[in-house]
Design a protein around this ligand. Structure first.
Ligand SMILES: NC(=O)c1ccc[n+]([C@@H]2O[C@H](COP(=O)([O-])OP(=O)(O)OC[C@H]3O[C@@H](n4cnc5c(N)ncnc54)[C@H](O)[C@@H]3O)[C@@H](O)[C@H]2O)c1
Length: 386
């Protein structure tokens, strides 16, 4: 986990893509000069690529992962790994059967401050872990997307939940015993707007996960207005998104779908500003996916703008962190190392399935009013000792 990579020496090239939209294929060949296919199977069968990055809508992940595996391609699959545990199991089994590696793609557990907090917990320097608490309030529910996309992921639960659950599972070691949660509704979108979740690790350590994507309070207000990507976040973003959503809502469900379908067909391409190799110009701050506070029996710590602040007997102490490779670029480097060194990858399919199990338990617990016991948890892969 502590391995450092130089962006210039990243050992991969992007040479092919598949997308049913002609506009996206043209934009890809203009930017990367590679081959562009209308169909995933055609890409996997005809192109000699070694690794496929699956960033299609989550309900297609299983089909696309199975095609990639059958064609002998290693893969990164965006979060959530799939929408059901059965699909996750099928994907893992298929990847294993074809001898390819599947890395669960991008979640904020890869952020340097989160990995550092895991390292401090493991080192025991401020004692044993006693609890983890994480809060994220933002405008997720009113970002530009089709109403059915929000419904498919139950608002933020299956879309943003994997980030938050990965962060907490990683710090706590991975093995969650049970989940109790309540989902809150977003009256504007008619979808879940967030959740309040308490989980217990097998070790007995508790964690709370709070998510509210209704564009009201913004956690960044308590964190120097740092954004999810480590940039300056617009203090008015929540209100702007909420107002824009209210205007769009007046179009009705069909009108919204038509307007967004057109926008996607005509214009949307890539991650708008972020290159596949990651942020080549490092953002000024560390990424901030909400405030995570980690308590041990001799100290407490949280992320800071440029690292981690530890509160121990001697008062607050800052651990500065460099702008090392992060996010998707770090994950691609991780997958590359896993393949060439023939070692397990950090956050594989089983890890992602365990994370989805927690997210689905949030829904189930809220519906049933019960505490949900989990059965598919796996321990974090801490990698070689630093
Ligand atoms: N990790 C993160 O921070 C992050 C951020 C955004 C999205 N995501 C994930 O990425 C995935 C896609 O989300 P999005 O918001 O980019 O969705 P999107 O709808 O904007 O993009 C999906 C892309 O898949 C393409 N596509 C659709 N059907 C296809 C098919 N049959 N074959 C090939 N391509 C097809 C679409 O044309 C589009 O280019 C989701 O799993 C989402 O959770 C992750």
């Amino acid at each position: 986990m502590e391995r450092k990579y130089e962006i210039e020496t990243l050992p991969y090239r992007i040479t092919a893509a598949a997308d049913p939209r002609p506009h996206a294929r043209e934009a890809f060949t203009t930017e990367f000069g590679g081959e562009a296919y209308a169909d995933v199977a055609e890409l996997c069968e005809r192109s000699p690529v070694d690794v496929v990055y699956i960033a299609t809508p989550p309900e297609l992940h299983r089909a696309h992962a199975e095609i990639a595996a059958r064609c002998g391609k290693h893969m990164v699959v965006e979060k959530p790994l799939a929408l059901t545990l059965e699909d996750c199991e099928a994907m893992i089994e298929c990847a294993d059967r074809h001898g390819v590696r599947m890395l669960a793609g991008h979640t904020h557990s890869f952020d340097a401050p989160i990995r550092k907090m895991r390292e401090v917990v493991r080192s025991g320097e401020i004692g044993d872990l006693v609890m983890v608490n994480t809060w994220n309030y933002n405008e997720f529910n009113h970002r530009s997307r089709l109403p059915k996309e929000l419904e498919t992921t139950r608002g933020p639960i299956l879309n943003q939940g994997p980030h938050q659950v990965d962060v907490v599972r990683q710090i706590g070691g991975g093995l969650v015993a049970s989940v109790r949660a309540r989902v809150i509704e977003d009256s504007l979108s008619g979808c879940p707007g967030g959740y309040s979740c308490m989980l217990l690790f097998e070790s007995g350590v508790p964690a709370t996960l709070i998510y509210d994507g209704r564009s009201l309070f913004d956690t960044a207000e308590l964190f120097w207005w740092v954004s999810e990507g480590g940039l300056d976040r617009d203090p008015d973003l929540n209100w702007k998104r909420r107002r824009a959503y209210q205007e769009k809502a007046s179009l009705g469900r069909d009108g919204q779908a038509e307007a967004l379908d057109r926008a996607k067909e005509e214009g949307r391409y890539g991650a708008q500003g972020e290159t596949a190799a990651g942020e080549t110009t490092p953002p000024p701050y560390q990424p901030f996916f909400g405030l995570t506070v980690v308590s041990c029996d001799q100290g407490t710590m949280r992320q800071s703008r440029n690292g981690v602040t530890v509160y121990g007997d001697g008062g607050p102490r800052e651990i500065p962190l460099g702008q090392e490779l992060r996010g998707r670029a770090a994950e691609l480097a991780e997958l590359y190392q896993g393949i060439v060194e023939d070692r397990p990858v950090f956050h594989d399919g089983r890890w992602a399935m365990a994370t989805l199990e927690v997210c689905l338990a949030i829904v189930e617990s809220s519906e049933s009013g019960e505490e949900i016991a989990l059965s598919r948890q796996v321990a974090v892969n801490d990698g070689p000792a630093a």
